[in-house]
Design a protein around this ligand. Structure first.
Ligand code: ADP
Ligand code: ZN
Ligand code: ZN
Length: 738
């Protein structure tokens, strides 16, 4: 009996590995870190990950349980991803089992084999079926369901998987059985289709000078680690740079990994990649089924997909021969996971590039101030693409002072006139308002009662179409009150602006014009976003209203006017990043306009026309804005000039949440120079979904000082028997304080 001990990370919020004995009959020589292991855990069986093989244990060896089974013959993750996971675990101070969980497709976490499943047998129509279908009329009369299914199969020469037949008729299983019994359809193995469609390479455009220089800089560094910041406005040809750099990487026999925000992963982008690059693309995002995700993951690991495109979690994608990492829209907040394992995919990509010794390209029209700062310090190579290709000029941005202006449903007279002028010229207009629903609150005009959420420090949003009040923070909803619950008055009014209200107002103002509203409510149904987009492209709808969703990814070449309905909420947010976000959003929305020949204009409605950062942004552009905003951050010693971590706690009872944080504060002991602990303080939204939330902010000028402290402190915290009523979490480099 060898004294081998398996150190296993189990998927649980526990900050340590667990020791097991090898399963009986297992060949110890075949064990490798990164293999999945089924183990008993409490009263359950779970799938854990073999992290390390050891020979000693602090526990009594006789008390160790044997693992139940080793699930893999090879590690599921390549060595470099294991190294990345371990780095991330230490940096984010997060339980290792949960980090593994984030890195693996669901099916692998559930213990499915890491191999392509055998294709499901498919249904095909037989020759007899064809004959039967020819006599359509009588079959249609006698057995309409059989007719419909047969007719469907007639259009599937390669056969159809049973799953895909379900929506065709109700009870498809029974109908298929009837067809088989009559000899009209048969089920047999699927043909092996080759997954790579024939690749017709489109000729690339003639590059601009800036593009040529950017591509040359990146391709001359393919064999080493170097981060590049590709800063270029929308339409300046960033994607073209990615494509040509990827071609160079593929020519070296390596793979490319491209990360995009969920919302930026549009069919247009994928079509462009597919057209230009050879072989199957591995695409991974949240809209895929578990099986599709596993398939993409396997294609990447086997190296059959030379290019892998995915959202946040794809930073852990296994690659057979990694050659470059590209992060598009690198400033986007969706790269930061906001719960559980709170990693930042952009930051991890930079680490991964460093570990692998390959270049990392960060692309954006409006880079995060952190990235601008790194470029200023020459840690990142700055590659500017200052001009739009094809001559489309940058739209001028105008600030519209709405103080003392009569407003109609949030729209000032000058803006309404401009909208009318553009519509009269048969052009498209885009209006941006980052609040869905009809009005952000319901107000009693008699007594001032407000539609407060029962569980949160927030108002419930009035949704007129569905006649409901919905809390956008916890999702609670109820029918709209007909009487004021306080004074019984019937005079209840929607207060403030939402996209639904804007749409109604604009329908009255421009009854002849087709209006498209794009927000989470109007695009909830599958396919509805695509339908809307198609109608917009076809010119059927010329007034476009939308939230955030409109701001990214999509191109609306006929839009010549962009209106930002309310810039004020962004200018004075509680978060020190509010103005950075606002600037990014303004430029992003502005980037939707005037992409083709027609010049565009952007109008920003605000009550603060003299806001200094807004002025700089409008008159001198993002780079100047970023420099000023960074100077403010430096003066205030805020990130990136300091490094932060946030210890959050929440509990139904507010005392308990603060009690936990007091205890954590006491555990910190005397602090090193340059390290601060601020709080406990209530979260900006103190109550959410019925729980009280508070936090402790840890801040240091030196990243090292912060992490040295966290290493020691978190060990103490994890060892502490904490109040079980309190949920707590640690957020390293938080991007939001609430
Ligand atoms: P971005 O990613 O910065 O928004 P794209 O790469 O998508 O910019 O380029 C915008 C449009 O211009 C695309 O239709 C693209 O095909 C085209 N394009 C890019 N580079 C050139 C070029 N050098 N010459 C002509 N057209 C180009
Ligand atoms: Zn009232
Ligand atoms: Zn709520």
């Amino acid at each position: 009996m060898s004294g081998l001990i398996l150190r296993i990370a189990v998927p649980s919020p526990l900050y340590r590995t667990f020791d097991y004995l090898p399963p009986p009959g297992c060949d110890p020589a075949a064990l490798r870190p990164g293999m999945r292991v089924r183990v008993p855990f409490g009263r359950r069986q779970v799938i854990g990950f073999l992290v390390e093989l050891g020979t000693d244990t602090p526990l009594d060896i006789a008390s160790l349980k044997p693992a139940l089974a080793i699930l893999d013959t090879e590690p599921v993750l390549p060595a470099d991803v294991l190294v990345l996971i371990q780095w991330a675990q230490r940096y984010y101070h997060h339980p290792l089992g949960e980090v593994f969980t984030a890195a693996l497709p669901v099916l692998l976490r559930q213990g499915e084999p890491a191999a392509h499943p055998a294709p499901a047998p498919v249904w095909r129509m037989t020759a007899a079926g064809h004959t039967a279908l020819a006599d359509s009329a009588s079959l249609l009369r006698r057995a309409p369901a059989q007719w419909r299914l047969l007719d469907y199969l007639a259009h599937c020469p390669d056969g159809a998987e049973p799953e895909t037949l379900r929506p065709v008729v109700s009870n498809s299983t029974a109908v298929l059985r009837a067809l088989r019994d009559k000899g009209w359809a048969e089920q047999n193995a699927a043909p092996q289709v080759s997954s790579s469609a024939p690749h017709v390479s489109q000729p690339p455009p003639v590059l601009t000078l800036a593009q040529t220089e950017a591509i040359a800089a990146i391709t001359s560094a393919l064999d080493r680690f170097q981060v590049f910041l590709l800063e270029g406005v929308t339409g300046s040809g960033k994607t073209e740079v990615y494509l040509q750099v990827i071609e160079a990487v593929l020519a070296h026999g390596r793979q490319a990994l491209v990360l995009t925000p969920e919302i930026g992963l549009t069919p247009q982008l994928l079509a462009r990649f597919q057209e230009r690059l050879p072989g199957p693309l591995a695409v991974s995002h949240s809209g895929l089924s578990d099986a599709e995700r596993l398939k993409a993951w396997l294609l990447a690991r086997e190296g059959r997909a030379r290019v892998v495109v995915g959202t946040r979690s794809a930073v852990f994608a296994p690659l057979q021969a990694p050659g470059i990492l590209i992060i598009d829209e690198e400033h986007d907040l969706s790269f930061k996971q906001q719960d559980g394992f709170r990693y930042h995919a952009r930051d991890l990509a930079v680490i991964r590039g460093q570990q692998l010794g390959i270049p990392v390209v960060l692309g954006s029209a409006t880079p995060a101030l952190e990235s601008c700062h790194n470029a200023q310090r020459c840690r990142y190579g700055l590659l500017p693409l200052p001009e739009r290709v094809g001559g489309g000029s940058k739209p001028p941005i105008q600030i519209l002072d709405v103080r003392r202006q009569p407003m109609r449903e949030g729209l000032s007279q000058p803006l309404l006139e401009r909208i009318r002028a553009h519509l009269d010229r048969n052009e498209q207009v885009l209006l941006f308002l980052n609040r869905r629903g009809f009005a952000p609150m319901l107000l009693c005009h008699e007594c001032g009662w407000l539609s407060q959420c029962r569980h949160c420090d927030a108002r419930m949003t009035l949704h007129l179409r569905s006649q409901r009040l919905i809390c956008h923070h916890c999702g609670d909803q109820r029918p709209v009150d007909s009487l004021c619950p306080l004074c019984g008055s019937v005079d209840l009014r929607g207060f403030g602006q939402g996209t639904e209200r804007l749409e109604i107002a604009l329908r009255q103002e421009f009854p002849e014009t087709g209006i498209a509203r794009m927000d989470r409510d109007s695009t909830r149904r599958r396919g509805s976003l695509e339908t809307l987009l198609a109608e917009i492209q076809a010119g059927g709808r010329r007034l476009l209203i939308g939230t955030q969703m409109l701001a990214k990814g999509h191109h609306f070449p006929d839009v010549t006017l962009v209106g930002i309905i309310d810039a004020d909420q962004g200018l004075y947010g509680i978060d020190f990043r509010a103005s950075e976000r606002m600037a990014q959003l303004i430029l992003q929305v502005a980037g939707r306009a005037g992409r083709a020949k027609k010049p565009g204009t952007v109008i920003i409605q605000t009550h603060h026309p003299d806001h200094p950062l807004l002025r700089t942004l409008v008159s001198r552009g993002y780079t100047a804005f970023a420099a000023e905003a960074l100077a403010e951050r430096q003066a205030a010693l805020l990130p990136p000039f300091a490094h932060q971590a946030l210890l959050r706690a929440e509990a139904v009872d507010p005392e308990r949440a603060t009690g936990f944080l007091q205890m954590a504060l006491a555990l910190a002991g005397p602090l090193a120079d340059g390290l601060e602990l601020l709080g406990p303080a209530p979260a900006p939204m103190e109550r959410r979904a019925g729980r009280y939330r508070a936090h402790l902010l840890i801040q240091a000028i030196q990243r090292q000082v912060l992490h040295r402290f966290l290493d020691r402190w978190t060990t103490l915290l994890w060892a502490e028997r904490t109040d079980r009523q309190v949920r707590w979490s640690l957020d390293i480099d938080p991007v939001e304080l609430y």
